[in-house]
Structures are given as structure tokens and as C-alpha cells.
Design a protein around this ligand. Structure first.
Ligand code: ADP
Length: 273
């Protein structure tokens, strides 16, 4: 795995040793396990803050595989994923990128918000998603074959869709897709209670408020409130912040800059609390 002029891979840090708290919404755990067994790449599709990352952490723990996560952004290139040569102490060494590391050690590689990355990244992803399961490392003239335990997983938020930021069909059809939505009411109440420590009644109010805000989606609101925002609100309430203010700063202010929409959400907050 290591070799002259290459950096050693410290894989231990990528293992998740404690069971992450994850409440299944449907049979997504079984489907993911079957995909892993059959070496099928997986796409997690859904709005922000609805449990995709937590699910990946849970699955990596359950399957006992290291998890290498990459948060994709505008400037992310295929070299960032695959690796590059660097001069270190007068010597030129090769540094593996996260995707190369994952292929070498048979990890689960999770590319979060893949559409954000530069288009050239698809060139390195595609050969990993079909029967070949290989990673071409152009700069080294090498082709790495992925071991059976390697799994490629991506997340995609269709809410941000625009012509520029859409996931191409030639890419998306290489994955099976697990569609994530906000958890059903009772489950979301339980998650908010567990993660923030607030009581059931207050968690119920927060979920009611979230449902009302989510109804405003496509009526001027681009994206509904994710579970994470409810957990933030609950956490602030636990620290002594009033329910109304907590809801305002965690659930209203972050999701819109439109003053009319903000006023409408604040009215909803007053109605609920
Ligand atoms: P995403 O990756 O979809 O943006 P996350 O996985 O980070 O969202 O979820 C946000 C937070 O919501 C998590 O940190 C977790 O506390 C909570 N959460 C959402 N769904 C679940 C779930 N099904 N089980 C447990 N926690 C959840």
C-alpha cells in the first residue's frame, strides 16, 4: 500500500467505533446492505438535514468499513479526489486523494453534494461505478482495481436543481437511489427529543412548526426546514432560550432572506407557541 515516494495511509481514523444513533424510516438499511453485497453504487437523494450523512455513518459502522467522506464544492477537481504530487523536504512524493485511499483500503467513499464538484470528477467516478470497478490514476499511469469491500456513495439534493447544477443522467443512472424525506411526525419527534434533550411536548411543537414551514416550499420558499434545524432549536431551548426565539434563529432566519416570507414564518411561530 505504501511505497517509495508515497504517503502511508492511516486508515484507523476512518473507522466508526461507536454505533451512531440512526432511526430507520423505511427499509433503507436492508437495501443498502444488499447494494453493498452486490457492489452497486448508492445515491442518497433528498433535502438537506434529513439524515443522509447520519445514515452513511450508521451503515459504515454496521458494515464495519471505514468511511471516507468528501464534501464537494465548486473548486473540487478530479485531482483533489485522486491525488497529486507534492514536493516535501526536497523530495517529490505522491499524496493519495480521498477516493484513491478509499479504493486502496476497501472503504465506503461518500461524496457529499456531488453536483457541486467540477465536471471533470465524473471522469474518475464513472469507471468505478460499472463492472470494471477501476480508478484510473492518470498522473501515475496506473489503474487501481477496487476490492469487493469498496463502495461509492453520493448524495444529491434535487432542491438545488438548476441547469448548471443538475446531475447528469449518464451519472445518476449508474447508482441505485435511496430517496430521503423528512422523517414521519412521530419519528421526527423522537429524533429531536433524543438529539436535543427536550421533552416530548416541546419537540411536538417544533415538528408542527416544521410541517407548516415545509408547506411553504414552492410557495416562495426554496427548501423546507431540515431535522437538523429542529435539533438546533431544541438545543437552544434546553439552554434557556425562549421557544419563540429558538425557533426564530434556528428555523426561520437561516432558510430565507425574503422579508415577507420571514414575516410569514414568524407568524407561524407565534401561532404554534
Ligand atoms: P443530511 O446529510 O441529509 O444533510 P444529516 O444526516 O446531517 O443530514 O442529519 C441532520 C441531523 O438530523 C443529524 O445530525 C441527526 O441528528 C438528525 N437525524 C435526521 N434523521 C435522522 C434519523 N433517521 N435518525 C437519527 N437522527 C437523524
Amino acid at each position: 500500500m505504501t511505497g517509495k515516494g508515497t504517503e502511508a495511509i492511516k486508515i484507523e481514523e476512518y473507522f466508526i467505533t461507536e454505533e451512531p444513533y440512526y432511526m430507520p424510516v423505511s427499509n433503507e438499511i436492508e437495501v443498502f446492505e444488499a447494494a453493498f453485497k452486490n457492489k452497486l453504487p448508492v445515491m442518497l437523494k433528498g433535502p438537506t438535514g434529513c439524515g443522509k450523512t447520519r445514515f452513511m455513518q450508521y451503515m459504515a459502522w454496521k458494515l464495519k468499513r471505514p468511511l471516507i467522506t468528501v464534501s464537494c464544492h465548486d473548486d473540487l477537481t478530479s485531482s483533489d479526489l485522486v491525488g497529486r504530487y507534492l514536493v516535501k523536504g526536497g523530495e517529490t512524493i505522491w499524496i493519495d486523494g480521498p477516493l484513491t485511499k478509499a479504493v486502496k483500503v476497501g472503504a465506503i467513499c461518500y461524496l457529499d453534494e456531488i453536483v457541486e464538484a467540477r465536471k471533470d470528477t465524473t471522469v474518475v467516478i464513472h469507471p468505478l461505478t460499472d463492472d470494471r470497478r477501476v480508478l484510473p490514476i492518470e498522473k501515475r499511469g496506473e489503474i487501481l482495481k477496487a476490492p469487493d469491500e469498496f463502495l461509492l456513495s453520493i448524495s444529491y439534493n434535487p432542491g438545488y436543481q438548476s441547469v448548471l447544477k443538475d446531475l447528469k443522467h449518464s451519472t445518476r443512472q449508474r447508482f441505485i437511489s435511496l430517496n430521503f424525506e423528512y422523517p414521519p411526525r412521530e419519528l421526527e419527534i423522537e429524533i429531536v427529543m433524543k438529539e436535543s434533550g427536550i421533552n416530548k411536548e416541546t419537540a411536538g411543537y417544533l415538528v408542527t412548526l416544521a410541517e407548516k414551514i415545509r408547506n411553504l416550499k414552492d410557495k416562495g420558499l426554496d427548501e423546507g426546514t431540515g431535522t437538523r434545524a429542529l435539533i438546533y432549536a431544541g438545543t437552544l431551548i434546553q439552554s434557556g432560550i425562549s421557544e419563540q426565539q429558538a425557533a426564530e434563529v434556528a428555523m426561520a432566519n437561516p432558510i430565507t432572506d425574503d422579508s415577507d416570507m420571514l414575516r410569514a414564518i414568524k407568524e407561524l411561530i407565534t401561532t404554534v407557541f
